[in-house]
Write a protein that binds this ligand. Sequence first.
Ligand code: NAI
Ligand code: ENO
Length: 304
Amino acid sequence: MATRVSTVAILGLGLIGGSLARALKANAFCERVIGYGHRAPSLEKGVALGVIDSFTLDLDEVIESADILVICTPTLIAEQVLEQILPRIAGRQDAPVVTDAASVKGNLESAARRICDGRYPANFVLGHPIAGSEQSGVAASKADLYVNHRVIITPVAENDAAALDLVRDMWAATGAEVVDMSVAQHDAVLAATSHLPHVLAYSLVDALAQSDASDEIFRCAAGGFRDFTRIASSDPVMWRDIAIANKGALLDSIDLFSEHLASLRAAVEAQDSDGMHATFTRAKAARDEFAAILAERQGDKAES
Ligand SMILES: NC(=O)C1=CN([C@@H]2O[C@H](COP(=O)(O)OP(=O)(O)OC[C@H]3O[C@@H](n4cnc5c(N)ncnc54)[C@H](O)[C@@H]3O)[C@@H](O)[C@H]2O)C=CC1
Ligand SMILES: O=C(O)C(=O)Cc1ccc(O)cc1
């Protein structure tokens, strides 16, 4: 893709921001990627690793020098960063496009409306890459993290079409498939497919770790336990923020799951062989279908 943007600024240079910076540089989307943060160490590491070209701790400087600002901080900190940015660019014709990568969208849409007295800023585009891992920090970032993964953009009525297109082009340059969703649909889908599984993994590991037999339990655990609980190694601050920001949709998902778990518990207690077999068969068919989709995507990634 031809370069059409001079400078992209990453605000919060960790796994997600670092991977975006690497991908934009690898695909020559822009001439320069700069970093901004509240502290120098991760930004210095980013320059040393060649992830970003330079950095600043000065927000005014980053706003003046970038065409696109991408907020890649933990979810609740993204609200605070918006509080600092939006008043600085309100009413400016030459304002940069602002976007984000946070895992929840409803809280940021509300924050933007609140900060701008009910008028949603047309050049603030909500986005979320559905790719990542249980690792954090710029050292874990990878240029191909987004290849063949989805990035969800959640446009709102007030969004400027050119700002939306620029953000879509940016993510497309990383090799991602860009899709649109409403904010509410995004938060409900992600609560079910990402936020609930993380809550379950944390809860299972915590419950077992507190048991008297925890040493033997962890020593004897097999691959299934490892697969199910990998995501309990994810960053607690990030997941605390997500659970707070997506409270309503996450509670709905927990409640739905709790009803299903209660039915399965009743089937186990009653030794309801047909009931258990039916549940496991349905779930296996759904999981096998999902695995086939994943294998196809990973095949595409290996070939690319
Ligand atoms: N880790 C994952 O798999 C995914 C994470 N996300 C979302 O992306 C965002 C970033 O996640 P990660 O990169 O994994 O986290 P990370 O912990 O690797 O990086 C976050 C960065 O934000 C910086 N930061 C913290 N407070 C700041 C502040 N006040 N001002 C500026 N920078 C600040 C930190 O120093 C760190 O460099 C989060 O909102 C997360 O929910 C989205 C998709 C996947
Ligand atoms: O580690 C994993 O498997 C993930 O689920 C990564 C992830 C974490 C947070 C997101 O908002 C999106 C993807």
